[in-house]
Write a protein that binds this ligand. Structure first.
Ligand code: NAD
Ligand code: IPM
Ligand code: MN
Length: 368
């Protein structure tokens, strides 16, 4: 059997910095756990634009389609802000998601005990937090037609995006959420704006249909997304799995990230339908972006990207034990007090650099 293939796309800003730490972890698993990957690396985002004039070449797209899993750092940055919309770095990431049909974006938000005091909320509200946001990723207002900017015919302009969901698009992401819930606390909360949007009404009805016909054993509730945002900061522990659309999921998952102490902590998995080998098409990436404000300074927290590799071990490679091993190493390092700048709060201890945090996690793997 050939080794499973892993395509690494570091991208821009802190992307390459955090990915360098992931490479150390990959090397450790190859040496110590007999888990060898065929790793290849390519360009995405602004880095691809600089080299090829496009944020994602067709060749890279083909490699991504063939890989057993793709691991991405982050894309974007101020250098590319004035580019035409069609070649912006973010378009490279959106093309990967769309063409690989990665419809289910899993964004867990877990609060590590050692970090509970660094959350913007009180310790008692976030302690033990463990929620899973399932964000629809290939449809909705991100991709709906018509879209664009044009003249409004009265001397002004009009910007248009379209929120659009079909039965099948809603049902398949709902199934992902119910499946996950069965392996967790068996509860799903679906969020939309059925009070003001027809697409929200359809969303609510179709999620309910999947529940009644296929997952009646899972507890299902519905919430308007604005109320959901409020509940997420009021009493986040009430949630187990949240399923929601592309745009609401983008916003709610950034909010959930901050509950855990830092955006630098949150991994994600974007999963599609199973391939011929039974593995889902998959892309793993941190929830955070390219963090231009700290790029190139060795300040970035690599944990979100390292935990994204743990998700790859679990969801693409059937190595739940190794995923747990890696998550345990991260937890021990945090309990030891190793902190990148974003995790320091008002503390006066010296911050660990990106590379020191990666080394500490590798060392913790070895002394399990
Ligand atoms: P961001 O996530 O890059 O940064 C938000 C804040 O969080 C910044 O203060 C940053 O320093 C901090 N931060 C983020 N990741 C961190 C880490 N690992 N360690 C320490 N601190 C961290 O979001 P933004 O500033 O809104 O966006 C910057 C660029 O990134 C934009 O071009 C945006 O489009 C892009 N972006 C890309 C992705 C992605 O590639 N998936 C996601 C979000 C934003
Ligand atoms: C994310 C990002 C992306 C999104 C951008 C960079 C396209 O914010 O992954 O959360 O909006 O989906
Ligand atoms: Mn986002």
């Amino acid at each position: 059997m050939p080794n499973p293939s892993l395509l690494i796309l570091p991208g821009d800003g802190i992307g390459p910095e955090v990915m360098a730490e992931v490479r150390k972890v990959i090397d450790w698993f190859a040496a110590e756990r007999g888990l060898a990957f065929d790793v290849s690396e390519d360009l995405v985002g602004g880095a691809a634009y600089d080299a090829h004039g496009t944020p994602l070449t067709d060749e890279t797209m083909d490699l991504a389609q063939l890989a057993d899993a793709v691991l991405l750092g982050a894309v974007g940055g101020p250098k590319y802000d004035d580019l035409d919309f069609s070649v912006k770095p973010e378009r490279g990431l959106l093309r990967l998601r769309k063409e690989m049909d990665l419809f289910a974006n899993l964004r867990p938000a877990q609060c590590f005990d050692a970090l509970a005091d660094f959350s913007s909320l009180k310790r008692e509200i976030v302690a033990g937090l463990d929620i899973m946001i399932v964000r629809e990723l290939t449809s909705g207002i991100y991709f709906g037609e018509p879209r664009g900017i044009s003249d409004d015919g009265r001397g002004g302009r009009v910007g248009i995006n379209t929120q659009r969901y079909t039965t099948d698009e809603i049902r398949r992401v709902a199934r992902s959420a119910f499946e996950l819930a069965r392996r967790r606390q068996n509860r799903v909360c679906s969020m939309e704006k059925a009070n003001v949007m027809e697409s929200g009404i359809l969303w609510r009805e179709e999620v309910q249909w999947v529940h009644d016909n296929e997952y009646p054993d899972v507890a299902l509730s519905h919430m308007y997304a604005d109320a959901g945002a409020m509940q997420l900061v009021r009493k986040p522990n009430q949630f187990d799995v949240i399923v929601t659309d592309n745009l609401f999921g983008d916003i709610l998952s950034d909010a959930a990230a901050m509950l855990t102490g830092s955006l630098g902590m949150l991994p994600s998995a974007s999963l599609g339908a199973p391939m011929a080998n039974g593995r889902p098409k998959a892309l793993y990436e941190p929830v955070h972006g390219s963090a231009p404000d700290i790029a190139g300074q060795g300040k970035a927290n690599p944990i979100a990207c390292i935990l994204s590799l743990a998700m790859a071990l679990r969801y693409s490679f059937d190595r739940g034990d190794d995923a747990a091993l890696l998550e345990g190493a991260v937890e021990r390092v945090l309990a030891d007090g190793v902190r990148t700048v974003d995790l320091l709060g008002d503390a006066t201890t010296r911050a660990a650099t990106t590379s020191e945090m990666g080394d500490a996690i590798v060392a913790a793997l070895s002394r399990r």
